[in-house]
Design a protein around this ligand. Structure first.
Ligand SMILES: Cc1cc2nc3c(=O)[nH]c(=O)nc-3n(C[C@H](O)[C@H](O)[C@H](O)COP(=O)(O)O)c2cc1C
Length: 368
């Protein structure tokens, strides 16, 4: 049995294999309520033997927490009933489910023809350096937002979710606090160093941790942001440790380290072209398990795919198995390949990787 198909336990939750469905926004919840079609979509991935399903990003109860009207809420009776149906459906199919809890902060509308009705909020009223957008959160806004994360995570436990992921990556709200390009606050949630600007994330993580008992809590982070794909929050291992260790100390059980291609080394000048990737370094520095991600079984990374490039399926997994065997990271998230192939995990287990379908951006037009 390969490591990819061996079980893994985190805070008492045992996944049957190392394959995680990456969180992927689909925009099919026009009134914020997850639909029966969404439950079917996730059911197919559970039946296809994904070890743990991470949901699309789903937002907390704050005004303007979503930058597109198709993003589901994770609050309110109707939305939570919709999510409960998703969770029950995934469980009935033998799967495990964790919502990705989100606030899009000061990321602009995804579709300019669907303007946001109110004024979005973020740390300092900046979409990116030099580009004012929305409004800076007051102290009360920050405190209420932390409470809204807690409420969403408590609700996740109540409706039976197996784990919870907080979205702290890609330039959305939590990430906007990390970055000095978008966080210029002079209170305790700002500051000159990444360790200072960690405070919002650590406040959220520790408040959530206290509220959810023994439910496993993951935090997704990234060096890059959609405001600047070349951004790197931590340019040395010391900086990476100063950023991630407090997140772990606050109560994150696992860090989900987002990168475009899982095989790319994080600090090649230190450990070479085959060096540890982002998840590998974070695991080495903090000692907690990590999830890696990025272009598994695909020819193009997802920036290329968004730019309309064809993405073929590749018929091998590169050195994924070796990296898992070595314990570089513990779980691997699979994104677009699971949109194209709901039964990706099952087919790979059965040795049918050569028959996988490639990914095309127009697949996002329907929920299959
Ligand atoms: C359509 C689409 C929607 C996405 N939505 C989210 C999201 O809601 N939250 C998130 O953290 N990442 C999101 N991502 C990034 C994916 O989780 C993943 O990191 C990325 O697609 C790389 O994995 P892949 O190469 O296996 O597709 C999205 C990616 C795609 C393609």
């Amino acid at each position: 049995m390969s490591t990819l198909f061996s079980p893994f336990t985190i805070r008492g939750l045992t996944l049957p294999n190392r394959i995680v469905m990456a969180p992927m926004t689909r925009n099919f919840s026009d009134n914020g309520v997850p639909t029966a079609e969404m439950a079917e979509y996730y059911r197919k991935r559970a039946e296809g033997e994904v070890g743990l399903i991470l949901s699309e990003g789903t937002v907390i109860d704050r005004p303007e927490a979503r930058n597109d009207p198709g993003i589901p809420y994770f609050h309110g009776e109707a939305a939570l009933a919709g999510w409960k149906n998703v969770v029950d459906t995934v469980h009935a199919a033998g799967g495990l489910f964790a919502p990705q809890i989100w606030h899009t902060g000061l990321v602009r509308n995804q579709f300019p023809d669907k303007p946001r009705p109110g004024t979005p909020e973020g740390p300092s009223g900046l979409f990116k350096p030099g580009e004012p957008y929305g409004q800076a959160m007051t102290r009360n806004d920050v405190i209420d937002t932390i409470d809204a994360y807690v409420d969403a995570c408590r609700a996740a436990v109540e409706i039976g979710c197996d784990a919870i992921e907080l979205h702290g990556a890609h330039g959305y709200l939590i990430d906007q606090f990390f970055w000095d390009g978008t966080n210029q606050r002079d209170d305790e949630w700002g500051g000159a160093t990444l360790a200072d600007r960690n405070r919002f994330a650590t406040d959220v993580v520790s408040a959530v941790r206290k509220a959810i008992g023994d439910t496993p809590l993951f935090l997704r982070i990234s060096q890059w942001s959609q405001q600047d794909y070349t951004r790197r929050l931590a340019t040395t291992p010391d900086e990476l440790a100063a950023w991630t260790q407090p997140l772990v100390d606050a109560g994150a059980d696992m860090l989900h380290c987002s990168q475009r291609r899982f095989w790319e080394p994080e600090f090649p000048a230190l450990d070479g072209d085959k060096g540890l990737n982002f998840a590998g370094w974070v695991k080495k520095l903090t000692g907690v398990p990590t999830i890696s991600v990025g272009s598994v079984s695909l020819s193009q990374d997802f920036f290329g795919a968004f730019a309309g490039q064809e993405t073929d399926a590749t018929s091998d997994l590169g050195d994924l198995e070796e990296r898992l065997d070595r314990g570089e990271f513990d779980l691997i998230a699979v994104g677009r390949a699971l949109i194209a192939n709901p039964d990706w995990a099952k087919r790979v287990r059965e040795g049918e990787i050569a028959k996988l379908d490639g990914y095309k951006t127009d697949m996002l037009g329907e929920l299959v």
